[in-house]
Write a protein that binds this ligand. Structure first.
Ligand SMILES: [Cu+2]
Length: 189
């Protein structure tokens, strides 16, 4: 009788190992899933963190340099690609309607004149923060002509909800003339 009860008290070692194995499989599965999401969004959807760190004096954007008023808007390079320069400030983007060519590489460069802002263009990979003192650079290609909203998505003060711009995507052949002569254009051009 004594021998039988001693045997009955042994822990169920087989069950414990099965549970540990299941946890290892579960946790490994989560890691594989997270890596797959990072690879899919960066390779297939084109989501990249801004990696090129460029600094700028946010208190002097209007006094000279890249973000003076005449430079704000879109300029077309000889290869047909576009560079868009935008200033984000409480509580507007300047210009508040940007025009870009469809099907061409577009580089958007944004600087803040005051506090932290953000911008997102719905239905695209454009989604970034604008931190004072730094230039935010985003690369994208807008496929289809049309109009999209570009709201500020970082709370920047009492007027934040009114801070948004339009992105007008037009056929490259119908782009406003002058943008290819280093003259920045916007929707009003
Ligand atoms: Cu804002």
């Amino acid at each position: 009788m004594a021998e039988i009860s001693a045997t009955a008290k042994l822990p169920p070692s087989g069950d414990k190992h099965v549970a540990e194995r299941l946890w290892v499989i579960f946790v490994t599965g989560i890691i594989v899933l997270l890596v797959a999401v990072v690879v899919y969004t960066s390779v297939h959807l084109g989501f990249h963190p801004p990696s090129q760190v460029e600094t700028i004096d946010s208190t002097a954007l209007h006094t000279g340099g890249e973000f003076t008023e005449a430079n704000l808007g879109t300029v077309i390079a000889p290869d047909g690609s576009a560079v868009v320069r935008v200033v984000a400030q409480q509580y507007a983007f300047v210009p508040n309607c940007i025009v870009v060519p469809a099907g061409k590489p577009v580089t958007i460069r944004v600087a803040s004149a005051d506090v932290v802002h953000g911008f997102i263009v719905q239905g695209t990979n454009v989604n970034a923060m604008v931190v004072p003192g730094y230039i935010t650079t985003v690369h994208t290609t807008f496929q289809d002509p049309g109009e999209r909203l570009m709201p500020c998505h970082e709370f920047c003060g009492v007027g934040h909800q009114a801070m948004w711009a339009h992105v007008r995507i037009v056929e490259a052949s119908r782009f406003p003339t002058g943008a290819d002569k280093q003259k920045a254009v916007n929707c009003a051009s």
